[in-house]
Design a protein around this ligand. Structure first.
Ligand code: GCU
Length: 128
């Protein structure tokens, strides 16, 4: 099946805002996580079959400080403190790829900031 792109601005946002003041995003904008521990974006993604899936998170971090996040799938942390390093500026987007196990049907993938800087700006999550 084709990869499916889920926009961050359409996901469930905890302590963050949708903005569009930096170039290069897809869709209507991106999520600016609040600069706080626990700011989060939760995507609801579909999987045709159970098993491993490749998840690509597109983000920008215009600072020189890593903005780590915990990634959970259906309530279980599958990647702790995943690094989202600086991308050079807020208009420069990079991707972070991980492999996660999904169940058939609906899944919740949540990215939660673990430092007081909050998360990076998040553009999208692509699942294949
Ligand atoms: C700046 C930038 C935002 C970013 C924020 C941050 O304000 O314009 O897009 O989210 O820094 O540090 O998180």
């Amino acid at each position: 099946p084709q990869p499916v792109l889920y926009e961050a601005e359409d996901a469930t946002i905890t302590a963050g805002v949708v903005e569009s003041n930096h170039a290069g995003f897809t869709g209507r904008g991106f999520v600016n996580y609040d600069n706080a521990v626990g700011s989060a974006v939760e995507w609801t993604v579909n999987a045709a079959t159970a098993g491993p899936a490749t998840v690509v998170l597109r983000y920008a971090n215009g600072t020189t400080t890593n903005r780590p996040m915990n990634v959970s799938v259906n309530g279980t942390v599958v990647s702790s403190g995943l690094a989202f390093a600086g991308t050079g500026n807020w208009d420069t987007w990079q991707t972070k790829t991980l492999t996660v196990n999904l169940v058939a049907g609906s899944n919740k993938i949540k990215t939660v900031a673990t430092t007081a800087n909050g998360g990076p700006n998040a553009d999208s999550l692509t699942v294949s």
